[in-house]
Design a protein around this ligand. Structure first.
Ligand code: HEM
Length: 522
């Protein structure tokens, strides 16, 4: 027997999902060699109908992405200060303690096969399979977001997605929306700078963006923001770099990650945490629950709490990348939400879309299942299979019970902590919006070449927009930083005097400094 033939003999036999061996995978069953097919063609019908259902809906945002696996290793303390002073979450307590993680990097706007060199925020979602159950930290690479209230999310995404008639992404639609949304300026200044096209997934930062809480075993809460810093450094692309990359491949970043891990070059990030006392901080010129803001590092220094190493790629893309499901509601004891109005909306949205996209039993799938023991009284639903042992008496799928079944956890548990809130029901924006200051500070911190790139990108996009949108965007940019407004305006033939008479947007809140800038435009 030749070597090839022997290998062939050793291979497992093809079966259908009922375990029946398949003797002919090349020909349907027909009446005569040329004849019509018969309806009881079980193997053929199963094969085709499963194929017909191979796709699930792609994610409504972040459709293109890649998952990698590895571990998080805790530092346990900052110098002499044990982390336990701030959070009782077990994964952070002991130096060297490792927790398995799955990370999914993604682009936001394009579909499942779109370009990974697009100017687009990047998703940076981490699932920690902790001993106390799963914790998901679902962030991005830019540190801030376009909007601060979840009710605007479908609108901001529709403006960025392709036109509903022509299916073309159009600057006119994007800047139409953004020009009416002053809180987007900080995000736009980041997104249209070189940071808006990361070189690949290994060379980008990650941020939790929204404000969360930590809680220690005395019930003391702190507001926190999370940051991932790549040990590989941060690298970005200009429009020209990106055009070259995507002329060659639409999936360069996924390829880069698979290849790096295969070479044993495991990418690594350090996790840092910024903290502030859990209250409104009237002394700050921004609201700590506003996700369009960063927290100044001098006042709130990021402290390292651990590192993450990615050392394994999926062995099946569909079950480990398409079906993985992250959500901001997935927290463990010692970590909590804040009242950030985006975070609350996100927390509803993720599991809602996953019940639709993957199915109501998405948490039974291996990639989503907690590694901590799971015992629930949830029953049935499409594609349910028994992963939750209910205990000795399998008749009891309710609680409380005197006949067996599951019981509540013992011990005091932890009451609801944090400041007591009072207020009337209302629909109002937060009092301290300060939409321009940090965007301007970010602009001033850029290197010259980054500023040049930003101005060129804004100008090129806005050239494709109607005049009134150009004018409003120049007006905003002048409020962000005079130099930015003047330079983009020059590219569009719009001077500060041309926009000096524009009224602020309806309900727009301006600071004294904004008003002073406006007064000087004429
Ligand atoms: C994915 C909603 C804001 C980061 C998603 C998905 C939805 C969604 C529906 C698809 C999830 C899935 O199909 O599994 C929202 C809503 C937001 C919001 C309603 C605002 C109210 C944000 C912000 C960030 C972010 C501010 C960054 C901090 C992500 C990431 C993913 C994602 C990383 C991809 C997760 C994955 O890889 O599976 N979001 N999002 N989202 N979102 Fe958001």
């Amino acid at each position: 027997m030749t070597e090839t033939a022997r290998q062939r003999d050793d291979r497992p036999v093809l079966t259908n999902r009922q375990g029946h061996p398949i003797h002919d995978n090349q020909n349907q069953r027909t009446v005569g060699a040329r004849g019509p097919a018969t309806l009881e063609n079980y193997h053929f019908l199963e094969k085709i109908s499963h194929f017909d259902r191979e796709r699930i809906p792609e994610r409504v945002v972040h459709a293109r992405g890649v998952t990698a696996f590895g571990y998080f290793e805790a530092y346990g303390s900052w110098g002499d200060e044990p982390i336990a002073q701030y959070t009782r979450a077990k994964l952070f307590q002991e130096r060297g303690k490792r927790t398995d993680v799955a990370v999914r990097f993604s682009t936001v706007i394009g579909g499942r096969d779109s370009s990974e060199a697009a100017r687009d925020p990047r998703g940076f979602a981490v699932k920690f399979y902790t001993e106390e159950g799963n914790w998901d930290l679902v962030g991005n690479n830019l540190g801030v977001f376009f909007i601060r209230d979840a009710i605007k999310f479908p609108d901001v995404i529709h403006s960025l997605k392709p036109d509903p008639v022509t299916f073309e992404q159009r600057p006119e639609r994007i800047f139409d929306f953004m020009s009416q949304t002053p809180e987007s300026m900080h995000m736009l200044v980041n997104l249209f700078s070189p940071r808006g096209i990361p070189a690949d997934y290994r060379h980008m930062q990650g941020f939790g963006v929204n404000t969360y809480k930590w809680e220690n075993s005395d019930g003391r809460t702190m507001l926190v923001k999370y940051h991932w810093m790549p040990k590989q450094g941060v690298r970005s692309m200009t429009e020209e770099d990106a055009a070259n990359v995507q002329a060659d491949s639409l999936g360069h970043a996924t390829k880069d990650l698979y290849e790096a891990v295969e070479r044993g070059e495991y990418p690594e990030w350090e996790l840092l945490v910024q903290m502030m006392e859990d209250h409104e901080h009237p002394e700050l010129d921004f609201d700590p629950l506003d996700d369009t803001k960063t927290w100044p590092e001098q006042e709130f220094p990021p402290k390292p709490v651990g590192r993450m190493v990615l050392n394994r790629m999926p062995d099946d893309f569909f079950t480990q990348n398409e079906q993985i499901a992250f959500g901001t509601g997935v927290l463990v004891d010692g970590l909590d939400f804040s009242d950030d109005k985006m975070l609350v909306g996100r927390t509803f949205s993720y599991s809602d879309t996953q019940r639709y996209r993957v199915g109501p039993n998405y948490l039974q799938l291996p990639v989503n299942r907690a590694k901590a023991p799971v015992h629930t009284n949830q029953n049935g639903g499409p594609m349910a299979y028994e992963v939750d042992p209910r205990g000795e008496n399998r008749h009891v799928n309710y609680e409380p019970s005197t006949l067996g079944g599951l019981r509540e956890a013992e011990g005091p548990g932890y009451g609801e902590q944090g400041p007591e809130l009072r207020g009337r029901l209302t629909r109002s924006r937060i009092p301290r919006t300060n939409d321009y200051l940090q965007a301007g500070q970010r602009y001033l911190l850029m290197d010259d070449w980054e500023r040049d790139d930003l101005v060129a990108n804004f100008t090129n996009q806005l050239k494709q927009c109607p005049r009134h949108i150009q004018e409003r965007m120049v007006w905003h940019f002048l409020l962000v930083e005079n130099d930015l407004g003047v330079r983009v305006g020059e590219g569009l033939g719009i001077s500060p005097q041309d926009v000096a008479d524009l009224e602020p947007l309806p309900n727009q809140q301006l600071t004294d400094e904004d008003r002073e800038r406006l007064a000087n435009l004429g």
